[in-house]
Design a protein around this ligand. Structure first.
Ligand code: FRU
Length: 526
């Protein structure tokens, strides 16, 4: 969000908070796992809150067999307001159980985004080595200071849990990092750094990130800045994440710095950029100052990764908020607002001498594929013009589509796939040879009346080879497109008024060959 929005929303929120001084009402709503969640546009295999407003994923940490997902939550409305941390738990990253709210706003402010870690060595002294505390590190955003026009609105604070994230105690010494004079000063993300045997914290401060060190998560030392002269600056930097990742097939390790930005995303509004480089525990040095994007679609924001995934698993697992501040508050859902992306495994590969951060849906997604519905097209199909595939009654708005295409000697002007309903509403993914880019077109996708910023075509530069692999997860109101095993990703939401029922493949100018097509329904996670 940008400054002005925060001022405006915070004032409105403060007004409501004062007007209803009995406090938030639905705050201990635990959700109801037996609910069918069949409302219009309700995602069937993506996490969404039981009811009310949700934005960023927060405090993602794995501990004792459980993946925790906290999130920015306002239980009293379906628009953004005084932030809490909502909570959900999963043992397999696909099925989620709604939990009671973990953190409530208090006299120091709203609870903005942040991270969580397992304090294995009990450096905080909050627990013991036998029962290590889970420590959440978050931003306080103080609406009283917003009202008086002060700049020291945001500071960093901690809370801990000794019962596997079920209940949380805020540290009496909060804030642990007071405001430093930046009006935007938030979204702390912490890792234990083996090399320096200290905690590292990275936070965003308007147009750059700041790096800190600590021995005990309570007392922090500022070390350095990164980014004033790097990356994109068409918006405010938010929600950073800094972690090492091994380059696939080598012993080389690079550090990845994820920095969300709003606005200024690759196709307008919110977006997630990343930098690769080296980090010595005190300073991050980027290989290149150019922005790269984690996802080229318009609906993957504030994404960060899980902490403390066991070493024997070794994955860096990412999850984003499947919306965009350009229209998030007005999308046409009634009970709740917005969903998360599928969790994705990040990997680093070297492609044409360039490092690429790839994202692929976590392997656990297989657990919810409904193999009994698998439709396979084994014969090789030459596509010239538009061809509708026989999907044998598949539920397209709850499916995974895996297609492999062979491109002839001469590239067609364009080729791609289209999902359509009986009303002619559709979304189209196409590749344009002249522009060398993928395009996701939602200009005829259904309800777009809620915002003039919503309709449009998102583009993603990409050089294709002789074959192209497309894997697309389509839910009630979203598509996540993974090209060539995650080299390129596009995540987009849409609101088709009837389910999609037709799947078409097309090639214009020159034919292409569909060498394999495999499609299946995805089971509901609820
Ligand atoms: C990102 C963001 C964060 C902030 C939170 C407030 O979407 O603006 O920077 O902590 O949302 O809800």
């Amino acid at each position: 969000m940008n400054h002005n929005n925060f001022n405006f929303l915070a004032i409105i929120a403060l007004f409501f908070a004062v007007a209803c001084s009995s406090g938030p009402q639905k705050t201990d709503d635990t959700g109801d796992a037996t609910k069918p969640y069949t409302e219009k546009y309700r995602p069937q295999f993506h996490f969404s809150p039981d009811s009310a407003w949700m934005n960023d994923p927060n405090g993602m940490v794995y501990y004792d067999g459980e993946y925790h997902l906290f999130y920015q939550y306002y239980p009293d409305s379906t628009i953004w307001g005084p932030m809490h941390w909502g909570h959900a738990i999963s043992t397999d990253l696909v099925h989620w159980q709604h939990m009671p709210i973990a953190l409530y706003p208090d006299s120091l402010g709203f609870i903005f985004s942040g991270s969580a870690v397992v304090d294995w060595n009990n450096t905080t002294g909050f627990g013991s080595v036998g029962n290590p505390p889970l420590v959440a590190i978050f931003t306080y955003h103080d609406p009283k200071i917003v009202e008086t026009g002060g700049v020291d609105v945001e500071s960093q604070a901690i809370a801990y849990s000794l019962d596997k994230g079920r209940s949380w105690t805020k540290y009496e010494g909060n804030p642990v990092i007071p405001n430093d004079g930046n009006r935007d000063f938030r979204d702390p993300n912490v890792i234990w750094n083996e090399e320096i045997q200290q905690w590292n914290l990275v936070l965003s401060a308007y147009d750059h990130v700041q790096i800190y060190t600590s021995d005990d998560l309570k007392s922090w030392k500022y070390e350095s800045d990164f980014g004033i002269d790097a990356g994109t600056h068409d918006g405010v930097w938010e929600c950073p994440d800094l972690f090492p990742l091994q380059v696939e097939g080598t012993n080389e390790t690079k550090w990845v710095l994820i920095v969300n930005i709003n606005p200024g995303g690759p196709n307008g509004g919110s977006g997630t950029q990343y930098f690769l480089g080296d980090f010595n525990g005190y300073e991050f040095t980027a290989d290149s100052k150019e922005t790269k994007w984690v996802d080229w679609g318009r609906d993957n924001y504030a994404g960060v990764t899980w902490s403390d995934v066991p070493q024997e698993d070794g994955r860096r697992i990412f999850l984003g908020w499947m919306s965009n501040w350009a229209y998030a508050n007005v999308v046409p859902t009634e009970e709740w607002r917005s969903a998360m992306t599928l969790p994705r495994t990040l990997s680093l590969v070297k492609k044409n001498d360039q490092y690429v951060l790839k994202s692929t849906p976590v392997k656990e997604t297989e657990l919810i594929a409904d193999n009994s519905t698998t439709v396979k097209i084994d014969e090789v199909l030459k596509i010239s013009g538009v061809r509708e595939l026989d999907i044998q009654g598949l539920t397209l708005n709850q499916s995974r589509l895996s297609l492999e295409l062979e491109i002839g000697e001469t590239l067609p002007e364009s080729f791609g796939i289209l999902l359509e309903n009986e009303l002619g509403e559709n979304v189209t993914l196409s590749y344009s040879a002249s522009a060398e880019q993928f395009q996701f077109d939602r200009t005829q996708s259904g309800d777009m009346s809620f915002s003039d910023k919503f309709s449009g075509i998102s583009v993603a530069p990409y050089k294709i080879g002789a074959t192209v692999k497309l894997e697309i997860f389509v839910d009630a109101a979203s598509a996540e497109v993974f090209v060539d095993g995650g080299d390129l990703v596009m995540t987009e939401i849409f609101f088709n008024s009837q389910p999609f029922s037709k799947l078409k493949v097309f090639a214009e100018g020159q034919p292409i060959t569909l060498t394999s097509a495999k499609m299946a329904n995805i089971n509901s996670i609820w």
